[in-house]
Write a protein that binds this ligand. Structure first.
Ligand SMILES: Cc1cc2nc3c(=O)[nH]c(=O)nc-3n(C[C@H](O)[C@H](O)[C@H](O)COP(=O)(O)OP(=O)(O)OC[C@H]3O[C@@H](n4cnc5c(N)ncnc54)[C@H](O)[C@@H]3O)c2cc1C
Length: 455
C-alpha cells in the first residue's frame, strides 16, 4: 500500500489542476486516470470543438472572401485533414501536460479506480491511501430514455468530434452551449442544421437579450431552430432519422445529435458506500469543495457547479491550497466567465438582468450596439455589449454577442470581480480600433458621457 498527502481520482481539468498545484506546494500526490490525462476538455470537449469551430470559420471566410475583395472560393471540407489538424492540437497539448505532470514528480497511475474506504482508492488490485482524497471523475454526455445512440446516426458530442464526412443534414437536440456550438460548426461545414429546444430560447441560461441576438444571427446564417417544443421520438430509417416533436411536427436528417446536458460520473465508484452526501449523482460540497466526510473533497463536473474546464481548474487549485493550509478565498461563481464559441460568440460574466432584479437590485441597463465600433465593422460582425448595473453602484453583469467577443471577457471579469462602477471604467483609454473599445464606450455611455453612441 502506498501513502500520499493526496490521492486524486480522475485526471481531467479538475483533477490534474489539483495535482499540479498540490505538487507545487510540496505535497506528495498520486493522480489516477483510467483513460487519457486531460479528460473531457482536452480529448472530447473544449479543445476539439474549438478546433472544429476554427476550421468552420475558415470555411466561412472562404465563402465570404469576395466581400473583402479577396478572390477565393469555398470548395468543400476535407474531414480527414480537419481531423488531422484537430488531433494535432490535442496531441501537442496532451504531450505538454504529460510532461508537466512528470516534471512535478506526481505519481501517475493508469487504471480505473474505486473508493474502497474513506482514505483509500483501489486501482488494478493496488491500494493508494492518502491523508486526503480528491474525487474528480467528471461527467458524461446524457441521452434520453428510449434513444438508441449508435454513434453513427444518433450521436452525442463524443461521436460528433470524429465525423469523417460532413452530413447533408443534422438535427441537434438541445440549444444549450454544446448544441449551439455544433450547430454552428456543421452549418459552416455545409450541412443543413435544425436545433430543437424545449425552452423558449437558445442558450437559455444567458441574458435573454443575448439569446435573442444569437437567434437572429443563426436565422441569418440559415440555422433553423424550433423553440419551446418538446422532443417526442426519433426513428431511424434508410436515410437517417425522423424526429417527432410533441406538437406533431416531424423533421428528417442524416444525423441526430443529442446534446441534452452532462451527468456526473459517480455510479459504482464507492462514493455512496462511504457515506458521501450526493444529489442525483452529483457530490455535494461546501464552499471549499469539502464533502461531508472529513478528508474527502470533490471538484469539477462531478459537483453541481458550472460545468466548465476553468471552473474545474479553479476548484482543483482551491482544494490543493486549502489542504496546504493557504486558506484560499472561496470561488464566486457569478464571477466566472462563460462563453458559447459559436459564430457569433455569446460571452458573459456576472448577473443577468432577471437575476439581478430577483436579487433585489435596482438595475440600470446599457446596450452598446457593435454597429458603432470600427473593428466590428471591419470584421463585418453584428452584436452588442450589454451592461447590467446597480443604480449608482457597481456593474453587476456584462453580456456580449458578436464575433470574437469571448476575448473581451478578460476585461469584463475584472470589472465585475473588482466591483467597478461605470465611472471607474469610463476614463480607461481603449486601443483604437479594437473590439475592446466597445467595452470602453459602453461604460462611457453608462457613466453619462457617450462618445460614439447614438441616442
Ligand atoms: C463538447 C464539449 C465542449 C466543451 N467546451 C468547453 C469549453 O469550450 N470551455 C469550457 O470551459 N468547458 C467546456 N466543456 C466542459 C469541460 O470539458 C468540462 O467542464 C471539464 O472537462 C470538466 O473537468 P473534470 O475534471 O471535472 O472532468 P473530466 O474532464 O470529465 O475528467 C474526469 C476524468 O476522470 C476520469 N475517470 C472517471 N472515472 C474514473 C475512474 N473510476 N478511475 C480513473 N479515472 C476515472 C475520466 O477518464 C476523465 O479523464 C466542454 C465539454 C464538452 C463535452
Amino acid at each position: 500500500m502506498a501513502n500520499f498527502d493526496l490521492v486524486i481520482l480522475g485526471g481531467g481539468s479538475g483533477g490534474y489542476a489539483c495535482a499540479l498545484r498540490a505538487a507545487q506546494l510540496g505535497l506528495n500526490v498520486v493522480l489516477i486516470e483510467k483513460d487519457k490525462l486531460g479528460g473531457t476538455c482536452l480529448h472530447r470537449g473544449c479543445i476539439p470543438t474549438k478546433a472544429l469551430l476554427h476550421a468552420g470559420e475558415i470555411a466561412d471566410n472562404a465563402r465570404h472572401a469576395g466581400e473583402f475583395g479577396v478572390k477565393a472560393e469555398f470548395q468543400s471540407m476535407d474531414m480527414v485533414a480537419v481531423n488531422a489538424y484537430k488531433d494535432g492540437v490535442i496531441s501537442k497539448l496532451h504531450k505538454g501536460l504529460q510532461g508537466l505532470v512528470k516534471s512535478r514528480n506526481i505519481t501517475y497511475v493508469e487504471g480505473s479506480g474505486k473508493l474502497v474506504s474513506r482514505d483509500t482508492v483501489e486501482v488494478n488490485g493496488q491500494r493508494y491511501t492518502g491523508k486526503n482524497v480528491v474525487l474528480a471523475t467528471g461527467s458524461y454526455a446524457k441521452t434520453l430514455p428510449g434513444l438508441d445512440v449508435d454513434g453513427k446516426t444518433i450521436v452525442t458530442s463524443d461521436h460528433a468530434m470524429h465525423m469523417t464526412s460532413v452530413p447533408k443534414s443534422v438535427i441537434v437536440l438541445g440549444g444549450g452551449v454544446i448544441g449551439c456550438e455544433f450547430a454552428s460548426v456543421w452549418k459552416s461545414f455545409g450541412a443543413e442544421v435544425t436545433i430543437i429546444e424545449a425552452l423558449p430560447h437558445l442558450v437559455a441560461l444567458e441574458d435573454e437579450s443575448s439569446s435573442k441576438q444569437l437567434e437572429r444571427a443563426f436565422r441569418k446564417r440559415g440555422i433553423n431552430f424550433e423553440l419551446g417544443t418538446k422532443f417526442k421520438s426519433a426513428a431511424k430509417n434508410a436515410k437517417g432519422v425522423t424526429v417527432t416533436l410533441e406538437d406533431g411536427k416531424t423533421f428528417d436528417a442524416e444525423i441526430f445529435l443529442v446534446a441534452v446536458g452532462r451527468g456526473p460520473v459517480s455510479n459504482g465508484l464507492g462514493y455512496e458506500e462511504q457515506g458521501i452526501k450526493m444529489d442525483r449523482g452529483y457530490i455535494l460540497v461546501d464552499e471549499k469543495c469539502r464533502t461531508n466526510i472529513p478528508g474527502i473533497w470533490a471538484v469539477g463536473d462531478l459537483i453541481p457547479t458550472l460545468q466548465l474546464a476553468h471552473v474545474g481548474f479553479g476548484e482543483g487549485i482551491l482544494v490543493a491550497e486549502e489542504i496546504a493550509g493557504l486558506n484560499p478565498r472561496p470561488i464566486n461563481y457569478d464571477g466566472v466567465p462563460r462563453v458559447t464559441y459559436s459564430e457569433p460568440e455569446v460571452a458573459s460574466v456576472g448577473l443577468t438582468t432577471a437575476a439581478a432584479k430577483a436579487q433585489g437590485f435596482e438595475v440600470v441597463e446599457l446596450n452598446y450596439d457593435l454597429a458603432g465600433n470600427g473593428k466590428a465593422q471591419i470584421l463585418k460582425t453584428a452584436g452588442s455589449i450589454k451592461l447590467v448595473s446597480q443604480k449608482n453602484g457597481p456593474v453587476l453583469g456584462i453580456h456580449m454577442v458578436g464575433s470574437r467577443v469571448g476575448e473581451l471577457l478578460a476585461e469584463a471579469q475584472l470589472i465585475f470581480n473588482w466591483q467597478a462602477e461605470a465611472s471607474d471604467v469610463a476614463p480607461l483609454i481603449h486601443a483604437h480600433p479594437t473590439l475592446s473599445e466597445a467595452m470602453g464606450e459602453a461604460h462611457l455611455a453608462l457613466a453619462g458621457k457617450p462618445l460614439h453612441a447614438h441616442g
